[in-house]
Design a protein around this ligand. Structure first.
Ligand SMILES: NC(=O)c1ccc[n+]([C@@H]2O[C@H](COP(=O)([O-])OP(=O)(O)OC[C@H]3O[C@@H](n4cnc5c(N)ncnc54)[C@H](OP(=O)(O)O)[C@@H]3O)[C@@H](O)[C@H]2O)c1
Length: 293
């Protein structure tokens, strides 16, 4: 099979690339970045697929700057929604299977129990709204052969993320205030990458004509950003005091959902995936970061 991975410079794209480069696979993987396939350029997207054929597309690319999206609505919509609509149209026409990554930010965050895939969506910021529009475009355009995976709080040894920021700030400061009333599940990009690579080998996924589905994937367990920060410092022996603060005490331009825990029974049961607990995966990531130093 010929598999296109869009977003080669992102956390998830790099994680997939790293795993694929170490495994023996009969599949051919093509990794593209903005230079080869710019999602903000509709005509460019069309002409890219006129010249290249694939069996599977894994779209890891997105406009992910949550705060900036509030002032770059048009661009965020072009990348997270309109480009996905175009890709889904092409995939549908050319009978290409599509895996598209979405977000827990499609939910309002007001639920006290983990969200199911079928729960009502109601994003409270522009990023969430554009990602939801992308999901809906896939569902409308590809009634079959697409898989949408919603994930949350992605971190890795690649690029900018919460772990990376805490490690930097923890070394610079003696004390940090971190929000303790937003609850979720961190996702180690390498775990999600492995889950995706497992899914594309699964019969359920490979059979053509399968109804398009949404799945939730994050690591197991739950925590607040405050808990997450404390664990990062504990694992790295960084002597930085973490103080819990409320969302109101940490003003940002963007509203963020309070509780975006997601129920993952559907993905684990359908594909027989074992999901590691977030503390275990955080340890793995920190070990990988140490190795890179
Ligand atoms: N990060 C999180 O906490 C989080 C949480 C929930 C869901 N997700 C979703 O998970 C997926 C993967 O996230 P991630 O953390 O791996 O993202 P990331 O590290 O921010 O990477 C985003 C990728 O998208 C690419 N991209 C942005 N604009 C593009 C454009 N116009 N054309 C082509 N490529 C473009 C970036 O390329 P450049 O390097 O050239 O900018 C980069 O490769 C995304 O769908 C995201 O929405 C992420």
């Amino acid at each position: 099979m010929k598999i296109l991975v869009i977003g080669k410079t992102g956390q998830l794209g790099q994680s997939i690339n790293e795993i694929v480069s170490k495994m023996q696979s009969c599949d051919e993987f093509v990794f593209v970045g903005r230079d080869e396939l710019d999602l903000s350029d509709k005509d460019g997207v069309v002409s890219y697929f006129e010249n290249n054929n694939f069996d599977i597309i894994i779209n890891c690319a997105a406009y992910t700057a949550v705060d900036k999206a509030e002032s770059e609505i048009e661009l965020a919509n072009r990348i997270n929604h309109l480009a996905i609509q175009k890709i889904a149209t092409i995939a549908n026409k050319q009978q290409i299977k599509l895996i598209h990554i979405s977000t827990d930010y499609v939910f309002s965050g007001e639920s006290n129990i983990p969200y199911l895939e079928s729960d009502v969506v109601n994003p409270i910021n522009i990023y969430g709204k554009t990602k939801l529009a992308g999901e809906q475009a896939v569902l409308e355009t590809m009634p079959t052969d697409a898989t949408i995976i919603r994930t949350s709080w992605v971190y890795s040894e690649y690029g900018n993320n919460f772990v990376d920021t805490m490690l930097r700030l923890g070394k610079e400061r003696d004390e940090l205030n971190v929000v303790s009333d937003q609850i979720g599940s961190p996702t180690y990009a390498v775990d999600l990458a492995m889950a995706i690579l497992h899914i594309i080998q699964n019969e359920e996924f490979l059979n053509s004509g399968q109804k398009t589905q949404i799945y939730h994937y994050s690591n197991e367990g739950s925590c607040s950003w405050f808990d997450f920060a404390k664990e990062i410092f504990e694992l790295t022996n960084i002597q930085c005091t973490v103080n819990p603060i409320t969302t109101e005490q940490y003003p940002t331009t963007t509203q963020r959902p309070r509780n975006t825990l997601m129920n993952k029974d559907k993905i684990t049961k359908t594909f027989g995936i074992n999901i590691p607990y977030w503390e275990v995966s955080l340890k793995t990531c920190i070990a990988a970061l140490k190795k890179k130093q």
